[in-house]
Design a protein around this ligand. Sequence first.
Ligand code: TMP
Ligand code: ASP
Length: 238
Amino acid sequence: MAPELQAKIYQGKAKEVWSTTDPDQVVLRFTDAATAFNGVKKASIDEKGALNLAMSVKLFDVVSDAGVPTHVVESLNDTDLLCHRVTILPVEVVVRSVVAGSFAKRYGLEEGMLLDQPLVELFHKSDDLDDPLVNDDAAVALGWAKHWELQCMKELALQTHAALSAFWGAHGITLVDAKYEFGRTAAGALVLADELTPDGCRLWEQGTQRKLDKDVFRRDLADLGDTYRELHERVFGS
Ligand code: TMP
Ligand code: ASP
């Protein structure tokens, strides 16, 4: 029997976290909110929560099958995901296979160049500071993560990214880059946490390079709901 929801303990930009009657489990509720540029741009997109939850469940299955430990227990309904309670580390791991976004801007590059191998960048998870880039030494010196934890997160992020790249590739889509978050369990183990959705990665249709992720919303390229419904259909069939 799944535990019951108790109280909302965290309000994120697109998700809520609820405590449950089991102190070791929480519920992530996927809402229809879409935000970009650290909440500067906002909208409510019909069905987005349910589409992102379905996508997350599928993608967590894929990475779990590839041997990556995750926080997921099971989905409870269209919007609620039961998860092990973890402490999220304040370090986001971005893996890039193709030049895009802030990486293209920082180094003055065109978007679209395939990198020789996937690279990892670390960002400090802080809305107040707009998630600045950090290096390992700063993250360790500031107590955000132990050195071994950063090593472990990088390895797990690359393993996750390889599994998801293969998955999207089989659907005719390139996984350009993605942001992964990790949590510490009560026992101190690291697990892949948060969500795996097109809100947190870039997905380009192979051949056309058409964008099928949240850049559609950030850059006003198309309707986000229609885009996510199309992705969902490609993954699950109609
Ligand atoms: P970036 O190119 O803007 O640094 O983004 C890299 C990846 O991280 C991209 O797939 C989108 C994702 N991302 C988030 O999930 N949340 C964020 O706040 C940002 C800025 C990017
Ligand atoms: N994740 C941030 C937001 O939701 C920034 C972004 O994705 O552009 O506002």
